[in-house]
Ligand binder design. Structure first.
Ligand SMILES: Nc1ncnc2c1ncn2[C@@H]1O[C@H](COP(=O)(O)OP(=O)(O)OP(=O)(O)O)[C@@H](O)[C@H]1O
Length: 288
């Protein structure tokens, strides 16, 4: 299985530490979670070999990141803002990028692009101008360009930002279709993006890795610490916002889901889901 190992890596800009001594072991579909400013994009740019870490190392299947030329051939990268040639048609855009990537045989190139368009569900848009695509379709075109060289590693930065619920679901479906034999690293600040997709997650907060593990094991860290309670408006106003995970509003009462390390009167414990657990971890729930 493809494996990317980050070992005691730090990144500083001047005196400012952006990534602080992080070690990660990435495989399968790996979800990199963290709030805005946590350092996700910086980490993704290091993985895409665009910037250098200040300290530490990265290896892919034992190959060092210092072997830049070899590593770059193995990486497909989709940055947060991918701007394709707006005036050209989807097929032409990919055809041009494929030529730049050195795919010379015309027949093979056409078949390869057709296959990729099918995988990212853009076959019907092959002749559409790029500027006419929806936000979700443009992201999928971004995936298509990242797939041209058939890379074993895909680095995808905040792929679902700004997409509506339907486009997010389509995007996830595309990732499921292309995951075979690949390591896919996706950064996001939405736990729902990775809960049904990733096998493993890492959580970054202020440049530090506060959790890494398998998604299936993740909710166990908030076990017995997530509760629900029926409350009215007044009680809701008095609740500590740092405790509240979600609120289901009703006409005369609300059901509030909240975190607490101790039992609370008239509240009942519930099974934490991925979103609950992510908030629990971000709000210091893992601290002893
Ligand atoms: N070139 C740079 N020089 C100085 N500081 C930087 C530089 N690039 C990023 N930073 C800082 O590093 C921190 C992490 O930024 P980064 O973009 O990696 O976070 P992020 O988790 O991807 O957040 P977002 O989702 O908002 O992009 C921020 O405080 C940012 O201001």
């Amino acid at each position: 299985m493809e494996q990317l190992i980050i070992n005691h890596m730090s990144k500083k800009y001047g005196e400012k530490t952006i990534l602080d001594n992080i070690s990660m072991n990435m495989e399968g579909i790996y979800g990199l979670l963290g709030p805005n400013g946590a350092g996700k994009t910086t980490l993704m740019r290091i993985l895409a070999t665009l910037i250098e870490p200040t300290q530490g190392s990265v290896t892919f299947n034992g190959m060092s990141w210092h072997q830049k030329d070899e590593i770059r051939q193995k990486i497909g990268y989709l940055p947060q803002t991918f701007s394709a040639y707006k005036q050209v048609r989807v097929f032409e855009c990919l055809n041009h990028l494929a030529i730049l990537k050195g795919i010379q045989d015309k027949t093979y190139r056409r078949q390869h692009i057709d296959k990729i368009l099918d995988q990212v569900n853009l076959k019907e848009q092959a002749k559409s101008k790029v500027k006419t695509l929806s936000g979700g379709m443009q992201r999928r075109l971004g995936i298509a360009q990242a797939l041209l060289a058939d890379p074993p590693i895909l680095i995808i930065d905040e792929p679902t930002a700004g997409l509506d619920i339907d486009e997010r679901a389509r995007f996830r479906q595309v990732l499921r279709q292309i995951k075979e034999g690949r390591l896919i690293v996706i950064s996001t600040h939405l736990a729902e993006d990775i809960s049904s997709l990733a096998q493993k997650i890492g959580i970054l907060k202020e440049g530090q890795l506060i959790y890494e593990g398998f998604v299936s094991d993740f909710p166990a860290i908030a076990k017995d610490k997530v509760w629900e309670k029926k409350i009215d408006d007044e009680e809701l106003n008095y609740m500590d916002n740092d405790q509240i995970l979600s609120v289901q509003e009703g006409p005369d009462h609300h059901v509030v889901r909240f975190m607490s390390k101790e039992s609370v009167k008239q509240a009942y414990p519930v099974q934490p889901n991925i979103e609950d657990t992510y908030l629990f971890a971000l709000r210091g729930g893992l601290d002893v």
